[in-house]
Ligand binder design. Structure first.
Ligand code: SR1
Ligand code: MG
Length: 398
C-alpha cells in the first residue's frame, strides 16, 4: 500500500499490517475500527482490540475540507504540520497532548494515543459538566509552547530552522479568510440566523470594528513568536478523569501566542452565553467564568516560573512585563474575532446551534455584542475581572 488514499474502517487493519510497530499495540483481528471525526477537516479512526479498552487513534488528512467536500480542496500537508507540532510539544507538554506514536508521510496518517474515557470539552461544557483543571492546564500549555518554541527557550539559529519547517501557508490562509476577512464581507461561506440580519449588517458597516479586525489580521500574518497551536478552541481539547489534552494542532505555525489564548477565551464567552440561556446552576456558570482568569493566571505564572531559564538574559524582567501586557490586549482582540466568526462566518458551534430555535438569535446577538465591546474597549480592560465583566454585562442585557 504505497499511494495515498483515504482510509476506511475496512482498510485500516491492512494499513496497520504494513506498520508493525503500531500493529503491536493492537495485535488482534478482526480489529474494532470506528470513524469518529467530528471536526471540519479530517478522518479520525479509533482502533481497538477490545471495544472496551483503549487502543490507538489514527488521524488522516483528506485532500479537501471534510464538511464542504471535494469542491474545497485543501492540502493533506496539514497532517505533517500536526505531527511536527506534537513532536515539538512532546519535549515540554507532558500529558497535555496525546502520546504521539508517529507519522506516515505517504498516507498522511498520524498515530497517537486513544484518549478513552475523555471527551471533547465543548460537548462537556454544552452538557454542563465541570472539569476544574482544564483552564489552568491550557494556560500552562500555552505558556510552555510560548517559552520552549520561541527565542525565550531556544537558540536563535535552531528556532529559525524550526520556524522555516513550520510554515503552514494553506492553513494560515483559512484562518486569515474565515476568522478575519470573510465574516465582515458578503461571502458565500458565511451564514447566520435570519433574526441576525440587522446585527450582521451593523457589524459589517462599522468602520471601527473593521479597522480593529484588520489590525488583528495584520498582527496574525506578521508575528512569528512561537509554534502556536493555531486552533485552540474548546473542540480542540479533551477532558476527563482529571486530565486535559490539547488535540488537533494542524493549524500550528510560528504565530502570535495571543491567538491561542484568544481562541480559548472566545469559546469561554460563547459557553457562558449558552449557560445563561439554559439557566445552568451557579457553580457551573462560575466554572465557565473562571476559564479566562484561571488560564491567564496559569499562563503568566508558568512563564514567570520558566523565565530564569531563558536563553537570552538581555531580555529582562521588565521586557517580559511589557510583552505580557501586549499579549493580554491582543488576546482580547483575537477572542473577539474568534467569537464573531463562530456566529456569522462559515464554521458555527454547537454551543449555540443546539439551542432551541427561538434562543439562538438572542444568544448569537449577545456573543456579537460581547465581541464588539472586547474589540473596541480592550485598551481599557486591564485585567481579567474587567474583561469578563463585559461578558456578564451583555448577558444581563439580553
Ligand atoms: C474550513 S475549516 C473551518 C474551521 O475548522 C477548524 O477547526 C478551524 O477553526 C477552521 O477555521
Ligand atoms: Mg480542528
Amino acid at each position: 500500500m504505497t499511494t495515498y488514499r483515504p482510509l476506511t474502517t475496512d482498510t485500516v487493519e491492512a494499513w496497520l499490517d504494513d506498520h508493525p510497530t503500531l500493529r503491536a499495540a493492537v495485535p488482534g483481528s478482526p480489529l474494532h475500527v470506528r470513524e469518529v471525526g467530528d471536526g471540519n477537516l479530517n478522518l479520525v479512526f479509533i482502533v481497538r482490540d477490545d471495544p472496551a479498552h483503549a487502543g490507538l487513534v489514527l488521524k488522516q488528512s483528506l485532500p479537501w475540507v471534510r464538511v464542504f467536500g471535494e469542491g474545497w480542496p485543501l492540502t493533506v500537508e496539514r497532517a505533517r504540520h500536526e505531527a511536527d507540532a506534537y513532536a515539538a510539544y512532546q519535549a515540554f507538554a507532558g500529558d497535555v497532548i496525546p502520546a504521539y506514536h508517529g507519522f506516515d508521510p505517504t498516507w498522511y496518517v498520524i498515530a497517537m494515543e486513544d484518549l478513552a474515557g475523555l471527551r471533547v470539552w465543548r460537548g462537556a461544557l454544552n452538557d454542563g459538566e465541570v472539569h476544574a483543571g482544564a483552564a489552568g492546564a491550557l494556560g500552562r500549555f500555552v505558556a510552555r509552547l510560548a517559552f520552549h518554541t520561541s527565542v525565550f527557550g531556544m537558540k536563535p539559529e535552531a528556532l529559525k530552522r524550526q520556524a522555516a519547517l513550520a510554515t503552514n501557508p494553506e492553513l494560515c490562509r483559512i484562518t486569515e479568510d474565515l476568522v478575519f476577512s470573510e465574516p465582515y464581507t458578503v461571502h458565500e461561506h458565511n451564514w447566520h440566523h435570519p433574526g441576525m440580519d440587522r446585527v450582521v449588517a451593523g457589524l459589517r458597516a462599522d468602520v471601527a470594528v473593521r479597522t480593529e479586525v484588520a489590525a488583528l489580521k495584520h498582527h496574525f500574518m506578521t508575528t512569528a513568536e512561537a509554534l502556536i497551536h493555531g486552533d485552540l478552541h474548546t473542540g480542540s481539547v479533551m477532558v476527563g478523569g482529571g486530565r486535559t489534552v490539547a488535540i488537533d494542532p494542524e493549524f500550528a505555525f510560528y504565530g502570535p501566542v495571543a491567538y491561542d489564548l484568544g481562541a480559548l477565551w472566545a469559546n469561554a464567552a460563547i459557553a457562558a452565553v449558552r449557560a445563561a440561556v439554559l439557566d445552568r446552576p451557579a457553580d457551573f456558570r462560575a466554572h465557565v467564568a473562571d476559564i479566562l482568569p484561571v488560564s491567564w493566571a496559569a499562563f503568566t505564572g508558568e512563564l514567570w516560573q520558566r523565565w530564569p531559564g531563558r536563553v537570552d538574559p538581555f531580555l529582562t524582567d521588565a521586557f517580559l512585563e511589557r510583552w505580557l501586557a501586549s499579549v493580554w490586549g491582543d488576546a482580547l482582540g483575537y477572542a473577539a474575532a474568534k467569537a464573531v466568526r463562530r456566529m456569522i462566518g462559515f464554521a458555527h458551534v454547537t454551543d449555540i446551534e443546539t439551542l432551541e430555535e427561538s434562543a439562538r438569535t438572542v444568544a448569537a446577538a449577545t456573543v456579537v455584542r460581547i465581541a464588539r465591546r472586547l474589540l473596541l474597549e480592550r485598551d481599557g480592560l486591564g485585567d481579567p475581572k474587567a474583561a469578563w465583566s463585559v461578558v456578564t454585562e451583555e448577558i444581563a442585557r439580553s
